[in-house]
Design a protein around this ligand. Sequence first.
Ligand code: SF4
Length: 162
Amino acid sequence: MLKKILKSESCAKCRLCCVFDRYDVWETPVFTEKICKLICAEKPDTEFISKDGGFIFKVKELDENELFTCPALTETGCMLGDDKPFDCRIWPFRIMNVGGRRAIAIASICREMYSRPLSGLVDFLKKGPADEIFAYADLHPEIVKPYYDGYPVLLFEKESML
Ligand code: SF4
């Protein structure tokens, strides 16, 4: 979905969104059962817990400087290719519940996208991706995350669906 504005080479060089510390471990993606099975076929030790109809990684408590690397990350990038979870396909956009209304926010940690004018990102979302993200969330409400401070909100949905 983001191929028009985010080059895959930029992501391949970074991979920041595939590694989590104790403060952003809540950001690990939400998976469907099908994708869980794909990961377990390659990494049988991976554990998941169910979350609102989807699945998230079971992550042990992390120490101050400890990192959790997504088990789907390999030397050559994400092993899931086009089967990446929706959360990863829209990164660094996040769909969040902001005071009872769904909104699309951006993770400022993604330097590549956050260095662009926010107005340009809003324009991009309005040309179709926003509708696509809200429509996916209608079917998979488990991807809607509680609002987290520090995530600039780019766009609210027209009417509350929560
Ligand atoms: S599923 Fe793939 S893209 Fe998503 S966090 Fe894991 S390695 Fe990264």
